[in-house]
Design a protein around this ligand. Structure first.
Ligand SMILES: C[S@@+](CC[C@H](N)C(=O)[O-])C[C@H]1O[C@@H](n2cnc3c(N)ncnc32)[C@H](O)[C@@H]1O
Length: 350
């Protein structure tokens, strides 16, 4: 166990008792949950909720029957929401290395099984390090979805987390996760500060390093779902980090081996059928692809594959193929891919 792991275990196992003990608002969720998530949340035990330290909403649509893995599941809040949304026939596995957090998560398995009206539990929690997922008895190519909420920044070897996650996903599966990113590489002096690391700041990846790591691990075309600037709101911490800017970002990365490094134009289009629960009027693939129901929309080759070769296929009509290439697809991509506005919908932290 490395020094970083010991510090993180101490931070989340001993130092923090509830989310009120956090020193900054880096671990705060500002997004409004959708109706089905709000309903599931209302059934989650207060003790589980009081030890929630996530920084975003890492719960996508179209979950019924899926097998899901949560990296750094903490007290289990997101696992229990997912347990409700995947239904009795789905499965959820949470992995965390901090015993105190696992104890809370395990304590309420029966409670939630009963709350959701299930005959048997569809969720379990494993003790383990997300940087050595291959040490756990998890079957390669077996998960439809991997989620993670404000954890990967805390890992010492982030590349290993993404490469192991890639191995565990089924083809067409995705990792959908919220985390903290910085607008530059964090200096070594700040990386040694255990509070800044525990608060999910000094372990944050520079966004462009993240993109390169994700692509190297096989996630060729990362898509931002949601991003907002983090306001630190702690003078001491703000003085230490100076003018480094931090962002809370939810990404979706598909395991699709036919994606290209750039968005290319093959003259293709799709039409959304309006059949995904909770997104009947329009479907958001990412923060710049919104598909209104019934409207034909031109797409690049990568977006076409993200809809055609995944669980979303049955919800679209597809037009065209890859026979003719018309050049680069204008309209995808850009520079720093984040929204620099602060989260502002008035939701309370954590
Ligand atoms: C900020 S908390 C988030 C917990 C949970 N996802 C939530 O939203 O409440 C970070 C969690 O990640 C776990 N963690 C950090 N690094 C880890 C690692 N390398 N392996 C396993 N768990 C880790 C910690 O024990 C802690 O429970």
């Amino acid at each position: 166990m490395s020094e970083i792991h010991k510090q993180v275990q101490d931070y989340y196992g001993q130092r923090l008792k509830t989310s009120d003990d956090l020193q900054t608002n880096a671990c705060c969720t500002l997004e409004s949950p959708s109706k089905n998530i709000r309903e599931a949340l209302s059934l989650i035990h207060d003790e589980v909720q009081s030890k929630y330290y996530g920084c975003g909403l890492c719960i996508p649509n179209e979950l019924v029957g899926l097998k899901v893995l949560d990296l750094g599941s903490g007290s289990g809040r997101d696992c229990y929401i997912l347990s409700k949304l995947v239904g009795q026939e789905g499965q959820v596995v949470g992995v965390d290395m901090t015993q105190e957090q696992l104890d809370i998560a395990n304590k309420y398995i029966d409670h939630h099984t009963e709350q959701f009206g299930y005959k048997y539990a569809n969720v379990k929690f494993l003790k383990g390090n997300i940087e050595s997922l291959s040490d756990l008895a998890l079957e390669p190519n077996s998960f439809d979805l991997i989620v993670s909420n404000c954890v990967i920044n805390l890992a010492a070897d982030k590349r290993k987390v993404f490469s192991d996650a890639y191995q565990l996903l089924k083809p067409g599966g995705e990792i959908y996760f919220s985390d903290v990113y910085a607008d530059r590489r964090i200096p070594q002096s700040l990386r040694k500060d255990p509070v800044l690391w525990g608060e999910c700041l000094s372990g944050a990846l520079y966004w462009n390093d993240f993109l390169n790591i994700a692509k190297d691990c096989g996630f060729t075309d990362p898509r931002v779902m949601k991003s907002s600037a983090i306001t630190i709101e702690n003078e001491d911490v703000q003085n230490k980090v100076g003018d480094i800017q931090f962002f809370s970002v939810t990404y979706r990365l598909f395991k699709l081996d036919n994606l290209e490094s750039d968005c290319e134009d093959y003259g293709q289009a799709v039409k959304y059928l309006g059949t995904i629960e909770g997104q009947e009027a329009s479907f958001d693939l990412d923060d710049h692809h919104n598909f209104p129901a019934g409207k034909m929309a031109p797409v690049c080759g990568n977006t076409y594959m993200m809809l055609y070769d995944t669980r979303f296929k049955g919800h679209f009509e597809f037009y065209g193929n890859f026979d003719t290439h018309y050049g680069i697809y204008e309209g995808c991509g850009g520079n720093m891919p984040f929204n620099s506005e602060e989260g502002s919908n008035g939701e309370s932290c954590c």
